[in-house]
Ligand binder design. Structure first.
Ligand code: SF4
Length: 353
């Protein structure tokens, strides 16, 4: 298997700033941001092979011994909720539904106190059968990745003929009472950008909340090219050809998506313009990888190994402090638009959305 070498980044503990950190239990940084939203990658494995994410023959997955055990994972999430002020937990992957015992894990995370709001980002494969159990276990809301409603385009992008599975999964998520049910869509120039309006029409007709995401330089094969990226303003132009869009009222806060009312509402559409309109100044996110590394940013090229601290017998407060120091060193933003930007060594599939 000639897959890409992951080449995961060198791990470190000390922050990238010399500024003394004030005595504050929360995940603060030197720009006044406070991280309360934790993204957790449950696995780096996936059952699709999306062209903008990984090569056709996949990647060398993390060895099982390197992946956090359920006990280690739950301990880190308990520390995050009880000691670090985390209020929102989003389960991601790779594909989180490939994590064995997912429903039981969700139940244990939902039992944490104070109870975190619990969401998941999935490709929807297998969701039709499991949505009711996942909702009953304690999941509150869900995002399903769907870049097209055309079978051939789906096969071209994901390299799998599984569109009907995803559509059934969406319907099951809605029937199970998960709310909202969001769709995350990436438009690729010359592949599916002509389907932007039909994706929105489909979402409005079924009561799903559609979010377009600018393609980010996070693919394992490092093939991202700014020219091929469909920008937020192009996406809005494509939609305006068929819909009347007006800015959605209400505070955006740290939410990644700019929201627009469609034809006067109540239906809306969101655009996450990570590259052309970065929202890093209000970022509330911190990330935990499946192998127990904490990252201050999706685009970090450094991370802190919490798994090592757990396995070396350090106590909860020492782990919490290492997490705090990592976030204290968080950079102002992703630097994609800066000269000398270096794409992270760790690919999206091993970081999570
Ligand atoms: S790129 Fe990094 S700093 Fe910016 S919003 Fe995303 S995670 Fe936050």
């Amino acid at each position: 298997m000639s897959a890409v070498n992951l080449g995961l980044p060198r791990l470190r503990v000390e922050p990238a700033t010399s500024e003394p950190r004030p005595d504050n239990p929360a995940l603060i940084d030197t720009f006044g941001r406070v991280a309360t939203d934790l993204r957790v990658s449950l696995t780096d494995r996936c059952n699709l092979r999306c062209t903008y994410c990984m090569p056709a023959d996949g990647l060398p997955w993390l060895p099982g011994k390197d992946v956090l055990t359920d006990e280690e994972l739950l301990r880190l999430l308990r520390i995050a909720v009880e000691r670090l002020g985390i209020t929102d937990i989003r389960l991601t992957g790779g594909e989180p539904m490939l994590r064995p015992g997912l429903e039981d894990l969700i139940g244990q995370i939902a039992a944490l106190r104070p109870r975190p709001r619990l969401s998941m980002t999935t490709n929807g494969i297998g969701l039709a059968k499991r949505a009711a159990r996942i909702a009953a276990a304690g999941l509150d809301r869900i995002n399903v990745s769907l870049d097209t409603v055309d079978r051939e385009t789906f096969r071209t992008i994901s390299r799998r003929d599984r569109l009907s599975h995803v559509l059934d999964g969406l319907a099951a998520a809605r029937a199970a009472g998960l709310d909202p049910v969001k769709i995350n869509a990436v438009l690729l120039r010359g592949v599916n950008e002509h389907e932007a309006a039909s994706l929105l029409r489909f979402s409005l007709d079924h009561g799903y909340h559609l979010r377009f995401i600018e393609q980010m330089p996070l693919d394992a094969q490092h093939g991202w090219n700014r020219r091929d990226m469909v920008t937020a303003s192009e996406i809005l132009d494509l939609l305006r050809a068929e819909f009347d869009l007006t800015p959605s009222p209400g505070e955006r806060g740290g939410a990644p998506a700019e929201r627009w009312l469609v034809d006067g509402g109540p239906g809306d559409v969101g655009v996450i313009a990570s590259v052309t309109r970065p929202f890093c100044a209000a970022c509330e996110r911190t990330r935990l990888t499946a192998d127990g590394a904490v990252r201050s940013c999706l685009f970090s090229n450094a991370e802190t190994d919490l798994r090592g601290l757990l396995r070396a017998g350090h106590d909860d407060e020492a782990v919490a402090d290492a997490w705090r120091m990592t976030m204290w060193g968080k950079l102002a933003g992703h630097e994609i638009n800066e000269a000398g930007f270096a794409q992270p060594l760790r690919p999206m599939s091993a970081i999570g959305g």
